[in-house]
Design a protein around this ligand. Sequence first.
Ligand code: ADP
Ligand code: MG
Length: 639
Amino acid sequence: MTTEVHPNTDEANQAKTQNFEADVSRLLYLMVHSIYSDRDIFVRELISNAADACEKLRYEALAKPELIEEGGPFAISIGVDPDEKTLTFADNGVGMGREELVEALGRIASSGTRAFLEKLGAEDKTKEGAANLIGQFGIGFYSAFMVADEVVVETRRAGASEAWSWSSDGKGAYTIAPLPLDRAPARGARVILHLNDASTDYAEAHRIERIVREHSGAVAVPIDLIDKPGAEPRRIADGAAIWAKSKSDVKPEDYTEFYRGLSGQYDEPALTIHWRAEGRHEYTVLAFIPGSRPLDLFDPARKGRNKLYVRRVLISQDTDLLPGWLRFVRLVVDSADLPLNVSREMIQESVVFAAIRKGVANRIVQELTKLAESEPEKFAKVWENFGAVIKEGLYEDPERRDALFKMARFATSMHPDGGRTLADYVGALKENQTAIFYLTGDDSKRLAASPQLEGFRARGVEVLLLADPVDAFWVSTAAGYEGKPFKSVTQGAADIKAIPLAEGAKPEPGETPAAVATLFAFFKQTLGDQIEDVRASDRLTDSVACLVAPEFGPDRQLEKMLASHGRMGERTKPILEVNAGHPLIASLARRLPVAADKSLVEDSAWLVFDEARLLEGEAPNDATAFAARLRRIMEKALG
Ligand code: ADP
Ligand code: MG
């Protein structure tokens, strides 16, 4: 809906009031009503927009230097007016034209918005949570409404001969009106906040200075503070590029603040890597491993957050500087040799870019490996957050597979809490053990309790427990580690007979007695097309039965995952492996030939099968029939 405010004037000169898009209105409502616990963050968000605007113009001016002839060197200035209770963020960046104002401040462009609104509306109203969300979803501007009951944006696009004023009370509509040039900035934007009654203390210079130093000290544009109207601007941040400084001149808290601005996350980086590459190509890199998982970590689009500069000019925020499996890394790269005035596509295809990309990934892998050795506990946290992503590299990046195998940490049947390396595993191989055994699934607790592990436990053989979705993929494509193939414990015959039993383990049943073989045939007939076969198991010592895949069929977990992605038709039928020495099986085998009514044995066959499914985390084959059988058996037991 559009309301004409001055119906008599020429279209272009009218002030127009327009409603926000529905999402913005909802967002503003939530912003004001639920997350005011950490309001300071609006300062960081407005400064970051001002800095972005300066960097955009710095880039545009490469091709059109006339754009920055007027308006002075790039800077952000913050003006405080305690009497009027206003706070103004001014920059001489790129500014906005009329259309850009509508686009940028009237609606939410980010595709993650709905997800954001849902998160915000649902659980995450904690201080850290909300701050994290705002920065990560690109809706920072609206945080101004946490502290202001009116926001005015006066702006002039660099090089334009017209200027605009945008204003809103954040309640559903905004107005755009032309701004006379004598009142407009030479270029850039002025964001004026009329502070609400609960927020007038932000009109104190000291308070603003403290927040800026705390949150925005490492922004790449200098920041001035004007303590009161008419006062001289005072520089409170120098705008020197932190990555261009030498390591010894940067304090840890400066790194942290820079990381926060870059990532939009509010945590501490787990690892900071800062280096200058010299030699054939010269570039500087400042990279951070986040301390917690970014929200879009498993987003299919998998966009990284990194900035590519060429001699301190920001060229792009979405070049492909990192392989997908390092997408959680936040970084800045500043190159001395990339050409400045070519398109992003051309840059990405250049030899220099490829060299930088390779150098960056190598260095990050190297630093992570070093961390794993020198500070295992710190690394464990990194692995917990990002191991599932790094493991994608095991099949996407065969060249680095060995390096990643060295870094990878696993939970195993003997170390269910994780932290085992493949080297540890191979160092503990048992006599006659020729493979690295693994069990995949989606729940590590259930994996640790799986009946499939019994025979391995009885021999003291360790089994990798792989519970990340990506595991089923890499493990089926990896040839092996140090000459030992990976072998699924759910696949084929267990192949462990040759490994001697541990001391005190129950001896294996020998030949299957004839009565038990007859019972298996009866099971097979009863279960019909649900299974491929029924056979005696080498791998069970305590449980009654488990399901395994045929020797040359796909791994069951991999199959399940492909099926759930609609990438596969019929699933392969499993083999039901039964513990021939189990007392339950022995008594069923005794009863079968003498029972006039075979229904009890039939019910048992189905229940044994369904139990095996349940232990794998699947539902019984037919829930109604399962319940009826269970009830019949309970009635018999009680009656
Ligand atoms: P984001 O910065 O993540 O894009 P914001 O909500 O902070 O999201 O800002 C929305 C958009 O408004 C920006 O992308 C930019 O186009 C525009 N904008 C905000 N502040 C300024 C400014 N000071 N100068 C120019 N454009 C701005
Ligand atoms: Mg922003």
